[in-house]
Design a protein around this ligand. Structure first.
Ligand code: FAD
Length: 402
């Protein structure tokens, strides 16, 4: 139990956190990587460069301070973060490292204003939060052991690779030890750990795009290219595209994540995918079509026919299941992309398209942050409630409200 006096002090720091939260988290990461370089491998340095990690942490700290007397309000955020931590193998011994460097950063940022009361309150509040994460992550590791028969990383063999679009390659993976695979929950992701550049391991998460219950996992990876020099090409996606071939071994952590099909069985579902954000939705679509008979609509936003992923698989599902409609929205269709009927259309996702959907449905979204923000605004304007909306972000969870 956090002391009542501590709750008051933490709440009093909210205005400072709202103004200086990102300065605090920038300082925190800087100090932590200087003082404890051993934890660097758990953080994607590209997210440090873009500032998205610092922004996500600042938002999370602020939300914690605001709701410190109402932890229920944080339960969804705690679950999302605990799943991410478990996917990376975060252990109880990592929490004191974060705590010490966070307090150092608070002291440094506040200078003379860093009273003992404030530092003591944040030490107590951080410890309380760390205990919640440690406990939940312990449960997740146990669930991995029980459900999947392994925790941590184990080797998988690449049994096949195939082109899913001009920019997306799929890799089919099976346990190298020959053990059977337990079904994942559609929408979940695995973590790949590999040496892409030098002796250090790098980790990245990839959603499983295959239907649950197969004897393989399929990940589908978009090649990330740096838009302008000196922006480098994405490290792991390019390594997978250029170097990884059938017969190679990759280290994988068990499926994690809470972005799963949670709607009541009698509720229609709409999925909105932007680019490679189709991956978790494709797995969910397979699960929905196998288990349920309610309507499911997929809006697949993509640049053109060359970048459109999984065309054959989606065409096949559409032929096989009358309750499934796929609508492709091309932002820059090429001459070969024939936009002939209601099936396909040109432009960005807009109010007319959203309003043509069943607005009583549950909505599942995955795509680039700007597209998801745009869709959320359109859905809110159309009267879709936040309880109907489920989101997955392919990076640090960003504040999506516009
Ligand atoms: P990184 O090296 O991480 O770089 C990312 C971007 O930052 C690139 O555009 C790069 O140009 C830029 N960058 C890197 N360094 C710098 C620098 N110093 N300065 C400026 N810019 C820089 N991806 C998929 O393709 N398919 C999926 O199914 C998928 N599922 C995911 C599920 C989850 C839950 C999450 C969190 C992510 C998922 N991702 C998925 C994203 C994936 O994890 C990787 O982030 C993605 O592959 C890019 O990794 P990378 O190593 O290639 O790029």
């Amino acid at each position: 139990m956090i002391k009542p006096q501590t709750l008051q002090v933490i709440k009093a720091t909210v205005p400072v956190l709202k103004t200086h939260g990102e300065a605090l988290t920038r300082l925190f990461y800087q100090r932590m990587f200087e003082n404890n370089p051993e934890v660097k491998a758990y953080f994607n340095q590209a997210h440090q460069h873009s500032g998205s990690q610092q922004q996500a942490l600042a938002t999370a700290i602020c939300a914690y301070a605001e709701n410190i007397d109402n932890p229920e309000a944080l339960s969804a955020a705690v679950e999302l973060i605990a799943q991410k931590h478990a996917s990376l193998g975060i252990k109880p011994e990592h929490y004191p490292i974060v705590g010490q460097n966070l307090l150092l950063a608070i002291k440094e940022l506040l200078g003379d204003d860093a009273s003992d009361d404030i530092i003591d309150a944040w030490a107590e509040a951080y410890q309380a939060l760390a205990e919640i994460f440690i406990e939940r992550e312990k449960q997740i590791y146990t669930e991995h052991e029980v459900q999947h028969g392994w925790q941590g990383f184990k080797q998988f063999e690449v049994i096949r690779r195939e082109k899913s679009s001009e920019v997306i390659t799929s890799f089919y993976l099976q346990p190298a030890d020959g053990q059977p695979l337990a079904a994942h929950q559609a929408g979940q992701y695995i973590t790949v750990k590999l040496k892409a550049d030098g002796p250090e391991h790098t980790m990245r998460q990839y959603s499983l795009s295959n239907p649950p219950g197969k004897d393989y996992y399929r990940i589908s990876v978009k090649r990330e290219t740096g838009s302008e020099k000196p922006q480098p090409d994405g490290l792991v996606s390019n390594f997978l595209h250029d170097k990884v071939k059938p017969g190679d071994l990759l280290w994988l952590a068990p499926p994690c994540g809470e972005f799963t099909l949670q709607s009541p069985v009698d509720k229609p579902v709409v999925m909105i995918a932007g680019g490679v954000g189709i991956t978790p939705l494709l797995s969910m679509l397979h699960q929905h079509l196998t288990d349920r008979s309610q309507r499911v609509t997929l809006i697949q936003a993509t640049i053109n026919g060359q970048t459109r992923a999984f065309k054959q698989e989606l065409d096949r599902l559409e032929k096989q299941y009358s309750e499934f409609d796929c609508h492709v929205r091309y932002s820059q269709p090429s001459d070969e992309d024939k936009i002939t009927d209601n099936h396909d259309s040109e432009g960005l996702i807009d109010a007319a398209l959203i309003n043509s959907l069943d607005l009583t449905a549950d909505f599942y979204l995955c795509g680039p942050p700007a597209m998801m923000r745009h869709c959320l605004t359109l859905l809110n304007n159309a009267g879709v409630t936040s309880e109907q909306i489920h989101l997955e972000a392919f990076g640090p969870a960003l504040p999506l409200a516009s």
